[in-house]
Design a protein around this ligand. Structure first.
Ligand code: XMP
Length: 638
């Protein structure tokens, strides 16, 4: 096999001995975040199974035992080698990790007594290395049902929340435990606590900075690839752009071949931005395939039936399928047309460290290298994987690190800071429809929404369109409610109304506020504008999307939003026109999200000025702002 090794070999590559931190895994969700935090503090980390024999940890400089969903009393509680606590290596147990230490070293853990979930205040003693330099009162995130009731011999308490022990230490043995999660953002001084553990308690120096890791990666690329060619598919996003930039830096320009497929559903100048940026840092062989017409005219086979062309399809899943299949086909054809000898050519992928942790391939399982199937995993790429001709130069980095590496490699800031953008792009932000969506409940729902909106002095409507949501464990495809009227007050009543409506009326999963006041909605709106994916609808949405992003960028509000998007909605006052919905969410994991606050994160003056500009310049009647959290609505509308 000629694939790059899974974990970098820091000792072999670095002239100094790299300080290694072991993260013992009790539950992958937390482990990934601890790993990111430790790496931000300039340490090399390895994620290892909790069951690892102590013997194998001897050359580690510190051990962190992660939190996890288990109770030490559960029959299937993850096992651990108690000798780890006698190695003389500093240990930090987090949550379950702390209970494991207490339980093993002769303390008492009380089951199920503590039901602290969420942010709570603790009082910490600050005269010890773990809390040194931090305020005594601080907010932390607790999330466990068990608590340490009695300390093991030699330990002393160093933080409390009421009568609950929040942290403990054995100063001499350098063994610490925290009942809360220092790795999460909601723990106010979490990163400082981890910093203290590694630098103060363990006395380490942090000798694995990103700069060194970048030069190691460039060396590895050279060693692995040798004189062979490398192909990379550049999507427009951050990860693949950084992969391409690494190849360009590491190898002679002659050896690097890139392809960018412009589906026609990209954002304003997105394709040109990424292609120009890569050319300007030295990428020579770059094929920029402009394929909008091919996508719009494409069909696909779904269950033996020909579906399409895309420009006539309204079903969101069918749209996704046609775009995905067409992307596969065009990519495959383009690679073949490049005449690369695929028995002698590497393919580079933008896989990140969290992707590998999720699929259990970093340390934890130590089995063959399997990775998640990617959107672009066309048969040619699968074949390269079989031949061991895949390289993943980003595989040692988390998202923020990839952005930093991108900057270090000379990619422009607006490219490396890009927000996530779905593969099907603007195609799933144009609600396509031929008929109004009207069920027998329409009229009653419309009245009920109007009554709810009336509680804050607004008009309420149900619109005859569907958008996607998540309600309970299920995806829903339900009505949109809109609020309209003269309203320029606090965010809180708007937010409360947007929560109340889908809670009370289950056929509604999304609530938006209309910003324009000059075109009131009729009491009941039953018509739609038949809408499809075309050059016109896509071009219209692309221009408006750019205008919205620019307005917020110029007002200084763009950076606080995790994802900002614009949706073309097929409703209007005058038949044949459309509306626009602005969706701005704040989230770190995209599993849940909250809407950006109107009047604060989305200032009223910026938003109303923008709405007036859009309705005066484009065939758009209403500009609305999505007020819904995820759940019950998703981030995207389709
Ligand atoms: P939802 O809409 O599920 O979105 O709340 C969560 C995140 O996933 C992105 N997303 C997609 N990405 N193909 C993608 O590559 C898709 O079909 C797709 N649908 C949603 C979305 O942009 C958000 O960041």
């Amino acid at each position: 096999m000629t694939t790059m090794p899974l974990s970098a070999q820091p000792d072999a590559l670095s002239p100094t001995t790299v300080e290694k931190v072991a993260i013992l895994d009790c539950g992958a969700q937390y482990t990934k975040v601890i790993d990111r935090r430790v790496r931000e503090l300039n340490f090399y980390s390895e994620i290892l199974p909790l069951s690892i024999p102590a013997e194998q940890l001897k050359d580690f400089a510190a051990v962190i035992i992660s939190g996890g969903p288990n109770s030490v009393f559960a029959e299937d509680a993850p096992a651990f080698d108690p000798q780890i606590l006698s190695l003389g290596i500093p240990v930090l147990g987090i949550c379950y990790g702390m209970q494991l230490i207490a339980h093993t070293m002769g303390g008492t853990v009380q089951p199920g007594a503590l039901k602290e979930f969420g942010e709570i205040a603790i009082g910490a003693k600050t005269g010890n290395p773990l809390f040194a330099g931090l305020p005594a009162q601080q907010v932390v995130l607790m999330s466990h049902g068990d608590k340490v009731a009695q300390l093991p011999p030699g330990f002393e308490p160093i933080a409390h929340s009421g009568d609950i022990l929040a942290a403990m230490m054995h100063a001499e043995k350098r063994i610490y435990g925290v009942q809360f999660h220092p790795e999460v953002e909601l723990t106010e001084h979490g990163q400082a606590i981890l910093h203290n553990f590694l630098y103060q308690v363990a006395g380490l120096t942090g000798n694995y900075p990103l700069e060194d890791r970048l030069s190691q990666t460039l060396d590895e690329i050279r060693q692995t690839v040798g004189k062979k060619n490398v192909f990379v598919l550049v999507s427009g996003g951050v990860d693949s752009a950084v992969t391409a930039a690494l190849l360009v830096k590491a190898l002679p320009a002659e050896q690097v071949f890139a392809l960018h497929v412009d589906t026609g559903f990209m954002r304003h100048e997105e394709s040109d931005t990424v292609c120009n940026a890569l050319r300007s840092i030295g990428l020579k062989h770059l094929e920029h395939l402009k394929a909008q017409a091919q996508f719009l005219d494409a069909t696909t086979d779904i269950d033996g039936r020909v579906v399409g062309p895309l420009r006539q399809v309204t079903n969101p899943e069918a749209k996704r399928r046609i775009i995905g299949d067409t992307f596969f086909k065009l990519t495959q054809d383009a690679i073949l047309a490049m005449n690369l000898n695929l028995d002698e050519t590497f393919i580079a992928q933008g896989t990140l460290r969290p992707d590998l942790i999720e699929s259990g391939n970093i340390g934890v399982s130590q089995i063959a290298h399997k990775i998640k199937t990617h959107h672009n995993d066309v048969p040619i790429i699968q074949a390269q994987r079989e031949k061991g001709l895949i390289i993943e130069p980003n595989r040692d980095w988390h998202k923020d690190e990839v952005r930093k590496i991108g900057m270090m490699l000379g990619l422009p800031a607006d490219l490396v800071q890009r927000q996530p953008f779905p593969g099907p792009g603007l195609a799933i932000r144009i609600l396509c429809t031929e008929q109004p969506y009207i069920t027998p409940q329409f009229e009653t729902l419309n009245q009920a929404v109007n009554a709810e909106a009336g509680e804050i002095g607004l008009q309420g409507n149900v619109l005859p369109v569907q958008s996607v949501g998540v309600q309970g464990d299920y995806r829903s495809y339900s009505y949109l409610a809109v609020l309209s009227g003269a309203y320029r007050q606090d965010w809180e009543p708007l937010k409360a109304t947007a929560i109340r409506i889908p809670n009370r009326l289950h056929d509604i999963n999304r609530v938006a506020l209309v910003l324009n006041q000059d075109k009131p909605l009729p009491a009941e709106l039953r018509h739609i504008t038949p809408t499809h994916l075309t050059e016109e609808t896509t071009g219209l949405l692309r221009r408006i999307d750019h205008e919205v992003a620019e307005a917020l960028r110029q007002s200084g509000h763009f950076a606080g939003i995790s994802q900002l998007l614009t949706v073309l909605v097929p409703v209007s006052l005058t038949p044949g026109r459309h509306s626009i919905a602005i969706r701005a969410v704040v989230t770190s994991d995209y599993m849940t999200a909250r809407p950006a606050k109107l009047g604060e994160e989305l200032p009223w003056d910026v938003m109303t000025e923008l709405a007036n500009r859009i309705t005066s310049q484009y065939p758009i009647d209403w500009v609305m702002v999505d007020l819904t959290s995820k759940p019950p609505a998703t981030v995207e509308w389709e």
